[in-house]
Write a protein that binds this ligand. Structure first.
Ligand SMILES: *Cc1c(COP(=O)(O)O)cnc(C)c1O
Length: 360
């Protein structure tokens, strides 16, 4: 068996220890004689899996008691509609557009009400985070929306926007559990788990209880109403049970590693290795404003398309895979999520050094 260093933006690398554990339990989960894949979501064994997963996530993020944790399907993209359907009581919401995912959410919200783009960094290919300290927040806005870490462009909000008292909704798909957060500053924090947590096919929504109501937009399907899932403990219908199980394993792994403070330390260390190299390199350069750099997604270029392609190809041959940048940006992107070991980033930097020498 040989494992590569997988720099994919998502689905992405998972902790090897977790993969081994789920492999060990594949045929017989804790004496049940079956795989979690084969198990009723109404069974006692599965109830314990989902309860523990929720509790471990609550412990990791210090989630206050007045927030619900929902394990839902449809990915992060489903939330682009579900959020306005459930929250747009005044049919007004403000969007800060810092990349493609925020833009998609903004465009989707326009189907349900008046979505205002109150700030954007599209003028410079989303290479920075706009100043959000004094934005023209709409007086009747139901919420202010951000994508906190921009997976494609590699920027991150280092400071949350001043929402002037309005509810903050954040897509944290690609920075979920990468560092501690103060959940109480948000109305909703949500993210697809396939970036930094688990297998694809699920989104976790952490939502303040007062935002969970029956008063949703006309025509909102039962399945797209937060209350349906909150009332049923995420078991209104069959959930992505296996994904919940693997995410639960990752939560336990994170706790064992020392929690989110420790992950932040490790993630900063890993990102520094790569950014320090980029900052002194004569061949490679980072593509975003320094102060807004993401700890998770690091885009870079040589400035020469053919050389970029050569790099991606030779890196893959050396066991450093999925380094091709997003199709909309080109160049390269290294996603260095929680589960990417420091050794993987060291191997990448060593390879970049060698490539730079050979192609000087
Ligand atoms: C990947 C990603 C999405 C889309 O996730 P899906 O689960 O594929 O819908 C949305 N937002 C961000 C920030 C992402 O990185």
């Amino acid at each position: 068996m040989s494992r590569v260093y997988n720099f994919s933006a998502g689905p992405a690398v998972l902790p090897e220890e977790v993969l081994r554990e789920v492999a060990d339990e594949m045929l017989d989960y804790k004496g049940t004689g079956m795989s979690v894949m084969e198990m009723s979501h109404r069974s006692a064994a599965f109830q314990q899996i989902i309860d523990e997963a929720e509790q471990d996530l609550r412990d990791l993020m210090n989630i206050p008691d007045n927030y619900k944790v929902l394990f839902l399907q449809g990915g992060a993209s489903q939330q682009f509609a579900m959020i306005p359907m459930n929250l747009m009581k005044n049919k007004v919401a403000d969007y800060i557009v810092t990349g493609q995912w925020a833009k998609k959410a903004y465009q989707e919200a326009q189907k349900y009400g008046k979505a205002n783009k109150i700030a954007s960094s599209e003028d410079a290919t989303f290479s920075y985070i706009p100043d959000c300290s004094d934005l023209p927040i709409s007086p009747d806005a139901d919420y202010v929306y951000i994508c906190e870490n921009n997976t494609i462009y590699g920027t991150k909000f280092k400071e949350l926007p001043n929402t002037k008292g309005k509810t903050l909704v954040a897509d944290v798909s690609s920075c979920f559990l990468s560092e501690p957060v103060d959940v109480s500053k948000y109305g909703i924090i949500y993210g697809g788990v396939q970036k930094n947590i688990g297998p694809a096919g699920m989104v976790i929504v952490i939502i303040r209880e007062d935002l969970i109501t029956e008063d949703v937009l006309d025509g909102t399907p039962t399945m797209l109403t937060y209350k349906t899932h909150a009332d049923a403990g995420s078991l209104y219908n069959t959930p992505n049970a296996y994904c919940i199980y693997v995410c639960g394993k990752v939560f336990k792994w994170l706790k064992k590693m020392g929690g989110l403070e420790e992950m932040k330390k490790r993630n900063e260390e890993k990102a520094k290795l790569l950014y320090d190299f980029l900052d002194q390199s004569k061949l490679f350069k980072g593509t975003v404003v320094q102060k807004d750099r993401s700890l998770m997604n690091v885009p870079f270029v040589t400035g020469d398309k053919d050389l970029d392609a050569k790099f991606v190809k030779e890196a893959a041959a050396a066991g450093l895979v999925n380094l091709k940048g997003h199709r909309s940006v080109g160049g390269m992107r290294a996603s260095i999520y929680n589960a990417m070991p420091k050794a993987g980033v060291e191997a990448l930097v060593a390879f970049m050094k060698k490539f730079e020498e050979e192609n000087a």
